[in-house]
Design a protein around this ligand. Structure first.
Ligand code: FAD
Ligand code: NAD
Length: 482
């Protein structure tokens, strides 16, 4: 019968589209509802990640990195370029092309896997029933044995700096500046502030980041965060910690600017910017996605409450991705989406929440997994550390890309790897080697006994494992036992 499905997924971001495709692969008759419309009113799949998140931000990070290389670093390699200039509209067009290639790819995958994509807004109105409101306002009701909510998240607003999408923007607006702002203000020195701040700083903006906390990147290993602050400051980002924004005023007239009022340790301050990005975190997009009568429990911050397997308190209703607890990361949502699908097919799939890698895609990248020194000290766990700087890695030197270091941490008694913290070139990809090792419960010695190709950045991973036992070849060993 029409409108009857085994599984209905609400939302086609990383969590939703992975869930939908895996469900279809496992033989479930699956539909995925998506409300996202492009500026020219076309339904697109892929959610925040593909449309206004991971992918477009990385496209601009890569473009702006190439610009900076050409402008400031090609000469070191003996390459003369003359004056290099930026064409922002072309840069944005390329970004859009990458986005549409990938969103179109998801549409193709839906077709290939026989997932029915449905345009509109979905709402769970009862157990096994989802109402869809189309963009023309018409409603339809779908019946489903299982419902997966993957509604994602949206930026948090703050009253002192209301987004007007012109002078004061959120992360989406910050991906669309049509020219390089001369003076750019950013509220929030988190992942988005640092990534998008880097993009516009590389392109020539004078960037000031106002961060309310006194600590920089509190979730990051202290030594790595300190190194990151040093490097980002050297790159031209002015990061003002302990700055609490109290108000903002957008000027009138054609060429608008915004004056931001904030308080820091020295008292009340004012700063004027051409554009201001507000990126102080994101909140779950769970309002109106389930009718209250269904009884699905939300926590006090609006996250849908789920167990370790993403089941809500109502039988047959699951939730995954940014809409539920845990880090708001695309890969975490993808794994959850797949886990839900496989558990519907009676598999025992689990997500290892202890091994969610985190990456800040600045240059150098900052990447980490597992426990850091501060957490281990607090837990009273005895550990050993092996560190290795990129400054003496042959491949990093060949590429003229030597900022940063790797830090590997292992249990002092068992030698099992407990964490890895990197700031350096290709840190995301280097970290992944350690994530795999940790997934297999590797010891630091296992990594030290593994052969790594030469010359490669990954030799720094190897050397950090060697250093942990005082055997590193290319640095003086200072075995640290804590
Ligand atoms: P989303 O991607 O938010 O998708 C939810 C989808 O559900 C949306 O398409 C929405 O339209 C749809 N939806 C919501 N409600 C309904 C409804 N009622 N009916 C129908 N459809 C609905 N993460 C990383 O891991 N790496 C990165 O490099 C990274 N970079 C980022 C950069 C930026 C600028 C931003 C903003 C985020 C970034 N993230 C990154 C975070 C990442 O985008 C999110 O963690 C991820 O997209 C969450 O996936 P999701 O499927 O849970 O939700
Ligand atoms: P975030 O949580 O990373 O950082 C927000 C920062 O804003 C924090 O440092 C916080 O202390 C600060 N802050 C909060 N309120 C403030 C205020 N009133 N004034 C000044 N500072 C304030 O959030 P984000 O950068 O907005 O990113 C949102 C989410 O998107 C994150 O959860 C992140 O995981 C995800 N994301 C991930 C990536 C990636 O994986 N590379 C990239 C971008 C975004």
């Amino acid at each position: 019968m029409a409108n009857q499905y085994d599984v209905v997924v609400i939302g086609s971001g990383p969590a939703g589209y992975h869930a939908a495709i895996r469900c279809a692969q496992l033989g479930f008759n699956t539909a995925c509802i998506e409300k996202w419309l492009t500026k020219d009113d076309k339904t697109v799949y892929g959610g925040t990640c593909l449309n206004v998140g991971c992918i477009p931000s990385k496209a601009l990070l890569d473009s702006s990195h190439k610009f900076l290389e050409a402008q400031a670093h090609f000469a070191d390699h003996g390459i003369k370029t003359g004056k290099v200039s930026v064409d922002v509209p072309t840069m944005l067009k390329r970004k859009e092309k990458v986005v549409s290639q990938l969103t179109g790819g998801v549409a193709g995958l839906f077709k290939g896997n026989k997932v029915e994509g449905i345009a509109g807004t979905g709402k769970v109105v009862a157990k096994g029933k989802v109402e869809v409101t189309g963009h023309d306002g018409k409603t339809d009701t779908l019946e489903a044995r299982h419902i997966i909510i993957a509604a994602g998240s949206v930026p948090i607003d703050i009253p002192p700096a209301p987004v007007d999408n012109e002078t004061i923007v959120d992360s989406t607006g910050a991906l669309e500046f049509t020219e390089v702002p001369k003076k750019l203000g950013i509220i929030g020195a988190g992942v988005i502030g640092l990534e998008l701040g880097s993009v516009w700083a590389r392109l020539g903006a004078e960037v000031t980041v106002l961060e309310a906390l006194d600590d920089f990147l509190p979730a990051v290993d202290r030594q790595i965060a300190k190194e990151a602050m040093k490097i980002f400051t050297k790159q031209g980002l002015t990061i003002k910690l302990g700055s609490k924004v109290s108000g903002s005023k957008v000027s009138k007239g054609n060429k608008k600017s915004v004056t931001v009022e904030y308080t820091d340790s020295e008292g009340e301050q004012k700063a004027q910017f051409d554009k201001l990005i507000v990126c102080v975190g994101r909140k779950p997009a769970t309002e109106n996605v389930v009718d209250a009568s269904v009884g699905v429990e939300l926590d006090e911050r609006g996250f849908i409450k789920v167990d370790d397997h993403c089941a809500t308190n109502v039988e047959g209703i699951y939730a995954a991705g940014d809409a539920v607890r845990g880090p708001m990361l695309a890969h975490k949502g993808m794994e959850e989406g797949v886990m839900v699908a496989e558990r519907l097919a009676d598999k025992k799939t689990q997500v290892n929440y202890d091994l969610v890698p985190s990456v800040i895609y600045t240059h150098p990248e900052v990447a980490w997994v597992g426990k850091n020194e501060e957490e281990l000290k607090e837990a009273g766990i005895d550990y050993n550390v092996g560190s290795f700087p990129f400054a003496v890695n042959g491949r990093a030197l060949a590429a003229n890309d030597t900022d940063g270091m790797i830090k590997l941490i292992a249990d002092a008694k068992t030698d099992r790897i407990l964490g890895c913290h990197i700031i350096g070139p290709s840190a995301a990809d280097l970290l992944q080697q350690v994530v795999i090792a940790m997934e297999f419960s590797s010891s630091a010695e296992d990594l030290a006994l593994t052969m790594f190709s030469h010359p490669a950045l990954s030799e720094a991973v190897h050397e950090s494992a060697l250093a942990l036992h005082g055997h590193a070849i290319h640095i003086a060993n200072r075995k640290r036992r804590k």
